[in-house]
Write a protein that binds this ligand. Structure first.
Ligand SMILES: [Zn+2]
Length: 482
């Protein structure tokens, strides 16, 4: 008995020793000294360019056949702002409002790169705004307005950077595509998806693709004394499941024992309680692997030994914050419900929508089965047509990823980069048939307050951060196209 006890204690001791040694041996890779000299971007000029772009009310068209010229006006505007680019760029309109601009490089053996942005914005009801949402007003160091962050800022910065270089006589060796969709906020099926199809038909391949996505975070919450720039290498799947219950309708004064609304409410309740199990998808493990060497001792111990301590880490992450919870599992969220149209009517049909964001490694089919099992036979479960599986996962050893990493370290003076699983949706998922190197990074530092204004009231872009974003693109083109 005593021997068994000693053996167990010995094994535990050996395991802990192994984990400690592994932690001590994990060392950060020193970031080489930056040779990058900022170009001194004219921040007032770039702020004016963004302000002008915000003034076009390019709200996503809910009806793809709608007639509007506001997207053309935005295009005309940017073409005027950047004469050096547009005197040489070839323009192709796709599905009316989406657009591709191509700036040819001199070396045809190099695969081109693609800079993505979406022209459309979500609606902005005026209540609560301190300036009209499409005024593009410049105030207290910010450009205000819908789309000032999401994502006309990135569109403007990507163009501004190339314009500055071309004006200076830079001749890109590698061809650069600018692909601007018009319905990203409605999943990009009319815009980005059609652009991608058009390019696939032409046999185009990209060295890498860059879209909005990962942000720059303060590393403190992970015990890191530096900023972290996250590069999205995949995105979660998006699925809506419609729960439906049918029961004879009638007058609410003589109800049946179980009503459609009652049964539906029960199904919604159990669906919400039955979340999927947590697990670390490969991109999440890769993120911890990249960050662990820079962490303070306790965090470092936990994340270096993430496989052994996985159950504990997953439990903590799932409870710590809604954001960390969504990193480690598929989320299942009731978002809409409908019964009768009047208070005294028994509806013959009640329905609810369950919005799911599917973790890399799971599928729509799997979640469909899961929900069907939870709600039982009385409730029909239908998959909405717009649902998409998690995207492919991009390569983190490619030249494109390394160029991004290098550019970030240079422009942001030693910030750490890490790959990550992007929990929302972007146009970039449609570009995997064109490249296995599809990345999501938004090169603007922002406060939590500013980030929370995206899709909300008083959205605004910090002008200093915007100018640094332009420097990022300048360096990115130098590193990619020289
Ligand atoms: Zn966006």
């Amino acid at each position: 008995m005593v021997i068994i006890l000693y053996s167990i204690l010995g094994l535990i001791g050996a395991l802990i020793t192994f984990m400690v040694i592994r932690t001590v041996l994990t060392k950060p890779i020193p970031v080489p000294k930056s040779e990058f000299v900022p170009n001194g971007v004219d921040k007032d000029l770039v702020a004016q360019h963004l302000s002008g772009a915000v003034q076009f009310e390019t709200v996503t068209l809910t009806n793809p056949l709608s007639e509007t010229d506001v997207f053309f006006k935005l295009q005309e505007y940017i073409e005027k702002c950047y004469p050096c680019i547009f005197e040489r760029a070839k323009k192709t309109l796709i599905n009316r409002y989406s657009v591709i601009y191509v700036v040819e490089g001199t070396d045809k053996d190099l695969l081109p790169i693609a800079m993505l942005a979406h022209q459309d914005v979500v609606p902005a009801p005026i209540e609560g705004w301190i300036v009209p949402p499409f005024s593009g007003e410049i105030k207290d160091g910010y450009v205000y307005g819908r789309g000032s962050q999401d994502m006309k800022s990135q569109m403007i910065a990507s163009l501004e950077g190339l314009e500055i270089l071309l004006k200076d006589g830079f001749i890109p060796k590698r061809t650069i595509y600018f692909c601007f969709g018009h319905d990203e906020e409605l999943r990009g099926t009319e815009g980005a998806k059609q652009i991608s199809k058009y390019l696939q038909d032409k046999g185009i391949r990209f060295e890498y693709v860059l879209d909005e996505g990962g942000t720059i975070l303060d590393g403190k919450m992970l015990g890191i004394d530096n900023k972290i720039a996250l590069i999205g290498i995949c995105e979660k799947g998006y699925a809506d499941f419609i729960l439906e219950v049918e029961k004879p309708g009638g007058h609410a004064s003589s109800p049946t024992r179980r009503t459609a609304v009652g049964l539906l409410a029960e199904a919604v309740y159990f669906t919400e309680l039955s979340q999927r199990p947590t697990f670390f998808a490969k991109p999440t493990k890769d993120m911890f692997k990249a960050l662990a060497p820079y962490m303070k001792p306790i965090f470092k111990f936990l994340f270096v030994n993430r496989d052994i301590l996985s159950p504990l880490l997953r439990l903590v992450l799932s409870k710590a914050h809604p954001m960390t919870n969504s990193l480690v599992r598929t989320t299942i969220t009731p978002t809409m419900a409908k019964g009768a149209d009047a208070p005294n009517v028994l509806p013959p049909r009640a329905s609810a929508n369950i919005n799911c964001r599917i973790n890399t490694g799971e599928t729509i089919e799997l979640i469909h089965k899961h929900i069907k099992k939870v709600v039982g036979k009385n409730v029909k479960v239908r998959i909405d047509d717009g649902s998409v599986n998690p995207s492919e996962v991009s390569d983190i050893t490619s030249p494109g990823y390394n160029i991004l990493k290098k550019t970030i370290a240079e422009v942001y003076n030693g910030y750490i980069t890490a790959p990550f699983l992007f929990i929302a949706a972007t146009d970039s998922k449609h570009y995997y048939p064109l490249s296995k190197n599809v990345y999501r990074f938004t090169p603007f530092e922002k406060t939590e307050d500013d980030a929370s204004r995206i899709h909300g009231i008083n959205e605004r872009q910090d002008i200093n951060a915007l100018a640094v974003g332009v420097e990022f693109y300048i360096r990115l083109y130098q590193n990619s196209c020289n």
